[in-house]
Design a protein around this ligand. Sequence first.
Ligand code: HEC
Ligand code: HEC
Length: 406
Amino acid sequence: MNISQALSFVLILTASSFADDPRTVFERRILPILNSPKPSSCAECHLSGVDLKDYLRPDPTETFVALRDAGLIDVKKPKESKLLTFIRRKPEKTSLIPASVREEELAAFSAWIEAAAADPKFRDAKQKVTTTGPKVPVEVVRHGRSDQVLASFVEHIWSESLRCAACHSPRLNKEQVKKHGERISWIVPEDPAATLQKLLDQGLIDLEKPTQSPILLKPTLQVEHGGGQKMLIGDRSYKQFLAFIEDYAASAQGQYRAARDLPAPLAEVGRATDIWFKLTDVPESFDKLLLQVDVYRTDASQPGGWSRDRWATGDRAVFGKGKLWQQHLTVTAPRNSQRAKDLAAKPMLPPGKYRVVVSVDRTGRLAKNPQETVNEQDHVATFEIESQWPTGYGAMTAAKMPALRQ
Ligand code: HEC
Ligand code: HEC
């Protein structure tokens, strides 16, 4: 062995014995993760509620004991430690977090856990058991999971985006793109996750002030909108959009601390359809007011002969001069009911006899407070109708609005 070979041999020896010392590994490779302002790889699937940092403390022995006692480090089979399986998890399509972040975390934690599990000072350390992991209850961790967030996005926004697709989906908006540029295409066809990401990236969702989100300001004409008025403050779409944005913001900012802070799921599920409904002879005095139609089906088992829950709904501003109201219907069902399942597979209204209840927000109550819903006092007409409920704008079901109830 010549001198330079001997030297490199010594260097390798010291480097590897250094690298194997659990304390050194912890200081060099784990502490930087704890102190980094950047999100860990967990953020890709957990919008909030849990982060790798939640499992770390500045002291290596304390960190180890807490993880070991919580069953997250397996001292006998360190490679199979549960914490490593958490880190190994990756979504099919990774986008938010560079792959290198996960690889570095995995390499660092594997090295440290293996070294520490082999070192009696760590493996057999006896200390008062301390807690480790998420600081919020499991309900909050679940609520903040990306798959849950995405399901909520689909229910609240994606399901309504049919109303916006003609101008905002790249499949349908070639002309608008020529005039307004690519950013008009905020819908990614058949990809709600990418659509949500796009809305966030383009700043169309305002997490600080949800009601100031361009996705609400534009279609309600609170600011100029190339597509004109597509929503009213307080209507169904508005409520659903706002509920999602508020929930997303609260989650992303870690505002949920307990299960009771979480919003209740919607009692009703809805699917937009291409079934159109038109009311003629609408009083001109209702011009620009929010008119809501609720549709009930015949049901002999119910006292009045009509279903207790509505089967469809639609709401939109009245066109006073034309004495006209028209809108596509959203079919609805109580959450978890058989009909809810049927609607998810095929959104439709069976042909037959229905009862139509018309309500108008005459006092502008919903516009002032979007949390409000129409009630008995807003009912202006009730009538029966029979329809096949065909789809398509050209095959619209029409009805004459009866004289006002006094
Ligand atoms: C690929 C997506 C994905 C990644 C990345 C991910 N998780 Fe999860 N996590 C999930 C899913 C899905 C569940 C719920 C189902 C399950 O437990 O298998 C879950 C559940 C959990 C739970 C249990 C909560 C409960 O419901 O009981 C904890 C704790 C957790 N993850 C921590 C982490 C940590 C820490 C990281 C980062 C090191 C991480 N996860 C990375 C998808 C992921
Ligand atoms: C008839 C066509 C049309 C429809 C339908 C339409 N829009 Fe638009 N929208 C436009 C045009 C044109 C623009 C670009 C000019 C502008 O910014 O106002 C636009 C811009 C926007 C923008 C700003 C996009 C950006 O990043 O610059 C948002 C947000 C938006 N619309 C939301 C909606 C929502 C939500 C709906 C459905 C409820 C909707 N629009 C329905 C035509 C439409």
